[in-house]
Design a binder for this molecule. Structure first.
Ligand SMILES: Cc1ncc(COP(=O)(O)O)c(C=O)c1O
Length: 406
């Protein structure tokens, strides 16, 4: 067996299962979950209909490159959304089977283990807390993850200036997540300027995970994207790719439809890798994705649902926890320190007393530079409907008040 498999950590939900193993929640209260970050709004009828209309595609093998209409619809969406002059659908866009597999596979394409073999392993830089796929992709690619802690005092920005030069020199790939899971923080143009300068100096690739980009709370302020930042700063897409998907934007996590866009040289190598990897998106879902990327009405309706939940739930919780509206995405990242409980104690007792699930922040981060930056936080995914989210928030308020520190 591949010995690197032993270096993989259990997934956060596995850790949660163990944490709750001996806990029996009150039978009289229906379970409310803020735990898993999976979209739960119904799939828009126009996409369901497009899937049904495309079923004839089952008779064909899908092309790894994706169909021309799909690449064109994605390129059009990106140029409109990020105000870019143009994007070549043939060389600068590649459909993938959801951003998760692409985030993983990209590392296997980019990392050059030989370059590191005679010295120390290559480094993959990850934000901390982070989406666990980055770490697994680094480890299975023979690299070493290096975590840059997010700083609550600076809207959860990562302090890249604290990364030593010898670490940058070994860095081959840097993941950013904007809007971030779990913090919701969006990278600013200044953040991007700093990252581009570092990439130019040390030669590493930036993979920008932007799958939450369409869930935000002010219609006039869509989150800045990586390609958009590059364009605004007057540069090309060298060593930069963005990854996104329809999962959250269009409520179709089961369709597994996403894309990678940016540096044509990286995408050419990625396409070669993927020809062997064999993860082409089904022809049925390629056709339905064209319909989804070409419509914004359902995306605005989706955002309105999240806005209602966040404007209801955030002030309720702000009475008992340190929490505020994030820049974007569908998570509340709440500091529980004032309850006197650790993140794991908070999650366990909330489940035991009120049958509500939240995810301890430390499960989403690693101890790095002497601290686990998720330690005092819990993540709430506001994915259920507004009534369920409100009822869950009410129980959390009661739970915090019952701790008698308030
Ligand atoms: C930060 C982040 N990136 C990527 C993904 C993968 O999403 P998908 O593969 O559905 O595009 C997720 C899913 O939860 C996520 O939270």
């Amino acid at each position: 067996m591949n010995p690197l498999l032993d270096s993989l950590q259990p997934y956060p939900f596995e850790k949660l299962r163990l944490l709750f193993k001996d806990v029996t929640p009150p039978a009289g209260l229906a379970h409310i979950s803020f735990g898993i970050g999976e979209p739960k709004h119904p799939t828009p009828p126009l996409i369901r209909d497009a899937v049904i209309d495309s079923l004839g595609g089952l008779a064909a093998y899908p092309a790894t490159l994706g169909s021309a209409p799909l690449r064109e619809s994605i390129a059009k969406w990106i140029t409109q959304r990020y105000d870019l002059p143009s994007l070549d659908p043939l060389t600068e866009v590649l459909p993938v089977s959801g951003s998760r597999e692409a985030l993983f596979a990209l590392a296997q394409t980019v990392l050059d283990a030989r370059r590191a073999a005679d010295s120390e392993p290559a480094i993959v830089l990850c934000p901390n807390p982070f989406y666990q796929i980055y770490e697994g992709a680094a480890l299975l690619g023979g690299a070493q993850p290096y975590f840059v802690n997010s700083d609550p005092a600076r809207n959860f920005a990562c302090d890249y200036s604290a990364v030593p030069a010898d670490v940058w020199a070994r860095t081959q790939l840097l993941y950013v997540c904007s809007p971030g899971n779990p913090t919701g923080a969006v990278l600013t143009l200044d953040d991007w300027r700093e990252l581009f300068a570092l990439s130019d100096r040390y030669g590493f690739v930036i993979a920008s995970d932007e799958c939450y980009s369409e869930i935000y709370f002010d219609e006039s302020k869509p989150p800045l994207g990586g390609l958009e930042a590059a364009h605004k700063l007057g540069r090309g897409f060298e060593r930069l790719v963005m990854l996104s998907s329809l999962s959250k934007r269009s409520n179709v996590p089961g369709m597994r439809s996403g894309f990678v866009a940016g540096d044509a040289a990286i995408l050419k190598a990625f396409l070669l890798y993927r020809t062997y990897h064999g993860a082409a998106l089904s022809t049925v879902f390629q056709s339905a994705s064209v319909v989804a990327w070409s419509d914004e009405t359902h995306v605005r309706e989706n955002r309105a649902k999240y806005l209602r939940k966040f404007t209801t739930v955030t002030p309720m919780l702000a009475d008992v926890l340190d929490v505020r509206l994030p820049d974007a995405a569908f998570y509340l990242w709440a500091n529980v320190e004032r309850t006197g409980l650790t993140d794991t104690e908070f999650a366990q007792r909330l489940y035991a007393d009120y049958n509500v699930t939240v995810l301890p922040g430390s499960f989403l981060a690693r101890t790095a530079h002497g601290v686990n930056p998720g330690r005092n936080f819990v993540r709430l995914a506001l994915v259920a409907d507004v009534d369920e989210c409100t009822a869950g928030a009410q129980r959390i308020v009661e739970f915090c008040r019952s701790l008698s520190v308030h």
